[in-house]
Design a protein around this ligand. Structure first.
Ligand code: ADP
Length: 212
């Protein structure tokens, strides 16, 4: 059992006390003149999470919004490089990302995360870390056949050939969001159109203000 697996089962020691920082979340949000939220992109591999999240972040940047994108593979190069793809490691992967996203929101930023995050319970856990209304599930809804056809990283091909086990959509389940705050059906749309739809929804949900 690795150190983190052992720790997972331990509760926080009573000697560890939460300290409030001198600058509050509200102060930081006000200074940034924005509503900090998590935009939690979820969808099959190759559905377009990373591509659309990048395009959304670019639009946010152009609007003067301060954000940070946590992207699947990049996180596995660093923070989560000790994790593999067992069920337990996948849960831990998403748990850490949820915690990091929470810190970004606390710092007054818009956190975008682009991970398959196939299980409802893991997404629910990430949601529970921030305040009500601060977690927006963005379901990038692309049919499996389309993802498999795109196969940008050749992963479906490998999974079909039995070279990757537990691949989401092939031999591991993807639990689609039941009522995501934002639902993007990508088929027949260009990346920029999908990104614009996300922005429109953020405006409708009063997360973003349209300034004249
Ligand atoms: P994911 O992050 O979900 O694994 P990626 O963003 O890495 O997916 O890959 C999606 C691929 O599909 C990219 O090569 C992208 O250019 C392509 N693509 C084609 N049409 C779209 C669309 N409407 N939205 C997003 N991606 C699209």
């Amino acid at each position: 059992m690795s150190v983190y697996q052992k720790k997972q089962h331990d509760s926080v020691s009573e000697d560890i006390v939460w300290h409030n920082t001198a600058i509050s979340h509200q102060d930081r949000s006000r200074a940034n003149q924005q509503k900090p939220v998590v935009l939690w992109f979820t969808g099959l591999s190759g559905s377009g999470k990373s591509t659309i999240a990048n395009a959304v972040e670019r639009l946010l940047f152009e609007m003067g919004q301060r954000s940070y994108l946590l992207d699947g593979d990049n996180i596995r190069h660093g923070l989560n490089k000790d994790l593999g793809f067992s069920d337990q490691d996948r849960v831990e992967n998403i748990r850490r990302i949820g915690e990091v996203a929470k810190l970004f929101v606390d710092s007054g930023l818009i956190a975008l995360t682009a991970f398959i995050s196939p299980f409802v319970s893991d997404r629910q856990q990430a949601r529970s870390l921030v305040k009500e209304g601060q977690f927006l599930e963005v379901y990038i809804d692309t049919p499996l056949e389309v993802c498999e056809q795109r196969d940008p990283k050749g992963l479906y091909k490998k999974a079909r050939a039995g070279k990757i086990a537990n691949f989401t959509g092939i031999d591991s389940a993807y639990e689609a969001p039941v009522s995501p705050e934002i639902h993007i059906r990508t088929q027949g749309l260009q990346v920029e159109q999908c990104a614009k739809l996300v922005l429109d929804e953020l405006i409708k949900l009063s997360i973003l203000e349209v300034k004249d």
